[in-house]
Ligand binder design. Structure first.
Ligand SMILES: [Mg+2]
Length: 119
């Protein structure tokens, strides 16, 4: 693979971009169709709880909590977020999450800029 191809397939987010993004979207859509909205909403809640526990263990408890275990919980939640987005798409609210992400990233960027200016 050329250097250029490596750059174009490099992931920029947790679920990737381009071909990787399409594949992950298809798998998540298959899961939503197979298990159903409520089941996957419940699974999302369960995974969020597991991530909260992992974050607590990794950052706040002394001892060694393996980074890979935290990474797995982050992955679980990222996959569930993709499925929740698909559910909203299927209910006719497809662009809401994307708009909310853009709005919140812009707000975060503005907050950081304000903090930097105010010292
Ligand atoms: Mg999990």
């Amino acid at each position: 693979m050329s250097k250029n191809n490596q750059e174009t397939t490099k992931t920029t987010g947790v679920l990737g971009v381009g071909v990787e993004r399409i594949v992950s979207h298809e798998i998540c859509e298959r899961a939503v169709n197979y298990y159903g909205y409520k089941e996957q909403a419940g699974q999302a809640m369960e995974e969020c709880g597991e991530l909260i526990t992992a974050l607590h263990k990794y950052f706040y408890r002394s001892g060694n909590f393996e980074p890979m275990r935290l990474a797995e919980e982050i992955a679980d939640v990222a996959i569930m977020c993709e499925q929740l987005n698909i559910i909203l798409e299927k209910q006719g609210y497809g662009e809401m999450v994307e708009h909310a992400i853009i709005y919140k990233l812009q707000r975060l960027n503005g907050n950081i800029a304000t903090d930097i200016i105010s010292g």
